[in-house]
Design a protein around this ligand. Structure first.
Ligand SMILES: [Zn+2]
Ligand SMILES: [Zn+2]
Ligand SMILES: [Zn+2]
Length: 343
């Protein structure tokens, strides 16, 4: 039996951004050009220039590995949403099923490569996506390709003030404004959706802006609001845990956990403390290993039950509805849909 391998790749699996503005871009192809950075099997490398003033791009992982995660072979971002694997998979509650141990991984991938190329034998990617997760993905997804990402690298000599190549220099002559975290990213971690600093920050930011108008970045205009709303808790997170997390930012008046216990209000004595805590929560609020969402509280309604009611309405139905979503299916799992589109 002859197995269909990556060597048959006619066209790489790429996101729109990596491909560049011209879909008819010319590509060079080198069969078995390099080892895939995930499965370390030799694969077909494609190289191309995604537009004027851009840097050459090449595929970094093989088509099988890309299909398994529905990611671009070059930037390893999700093909559908343009988001890091970690962001997508935590939103859709998908577990990483690719073994990290090298031998197991190779076996798994060979098995999958066979399955992916046989109609009807696709790997099971079913994830139980909460409606809230899907909504988050939609909100965070890139709507347009981001071609700036393909620009030439910044000239390190220019940065030090010693580049003498002037206009001939193939690198960008500007000062870096980018994010040092990006440089720390590691392709294997990003593929498996672990430890991705960019993903972590995106999720923190998304949590902060989860409710329009209540984003953590912009404290509410109503200065009488001194409370933060915490979502995504479970029974393991206690009032004391919340106090311990938020106490460093200022005096806490009360912590209210409604009966259901999946959310809480942290009421600060002073607005300043709430603002400081909000800024801190922007970088993530992790308590007992749970990543909690934090938002500003709403203006205080009147009446003794107000805090509870407020908590109830703000938690909405989404977080706890737990409906069994349709099984997740990536478009790249359909062998007929692969590579056949662009010429
Ligand atoms: Zn691979
Ligand atoms: Zn890409
Ligand atoms: Zn230069």
């Amino acid at each position: 039996m002859s197995r269909v391998t990556d060597e048959d790749a006619e066209f790489p699996i790429l996101c729109e951004t990596c491909l560049g503005e011209n879909p008819y871009v010319r590509m060079s192809k080198e069969a078995r050009g390099k080892e895939c950075k995930i499965c370390s099997r030799a694969f077909t490398i494609f190289r191309w220039l995604p537009g004027r003033g851009m840097r050459y791009k090449k595929t970094e992982i093989c088509t099988t590995c890309a299909k398994l995660k529905n990611v671009c072979q070059t930037c390893i971002l999700d093909l559908e949403h343009g988001l890091p694997v970690q962001v997508r998979d935590s939103a859709l509650s998908i577990q990483d099923s690719v073994p990290k141990d090298e031998t197991n991984r190779r076996d798994y991938l060979e098995q999958m490569a066979g399955g992916l190329n046989t109609v009807g034998q696709q790997p099971d990617f079913s994830g139980r996506a909460q409606p809230a997760g899907r909504e988050m993905l939609k909100r965070m997804a890139r709507k347009e390709p981001y071609y700036k990402r393909n620009r030439a690298h910044i000239c390190s000599f220019f940065v030090k003030g010693i580049c003498n190549r002037g206009n001939e220099c193939p690198y960008r002559h500007e000062m870096p404004d980018g994010d040092p975290e990006l440089a720390k990213q590691n392709i294997v971690d990003r593929y498996h959706g672990n430890n991705d600093p960019v993903a972590r920050r995106m999720m923190a930011r998304s949590a902060a802006t989860a409710k329009p108008g209540s984003g953590l970045t912009q404290p509410p205009e109503d200065k009488s609001i001194t409370s933060l709303f915490v979502l995504g808790m479970d029974a393991s997170v206690t009032q004391d845990d919340l106090r311990a997390f938020f106490a460093p930012y200022g005096e806490i008046k009360s912590v209210v956990v409604p009966a259901k216990g999946n959310c809480a209000f942290v009421n600060f004595k002073h607005r300043k403390a709430a603002e400081a805590a909000a800024v801190a929560a922007l970088d993530g609020c992790v308590i007992k290993g749970r990543s909690l969402r934090v938002a500003w509280g709403k203006p205080k309604p009147k009446g003794p039950q107000s805090e509870l009611r407020q908590a109830k309405s703000a938690s909405g139905g989404g977080a706890s509805a737990g409906s069994l979503a349709n099984a997740e299916a990536y478009p790249s799992q359909d062998p007929t849909a692969l590579g056949a589109v662009r010429k």
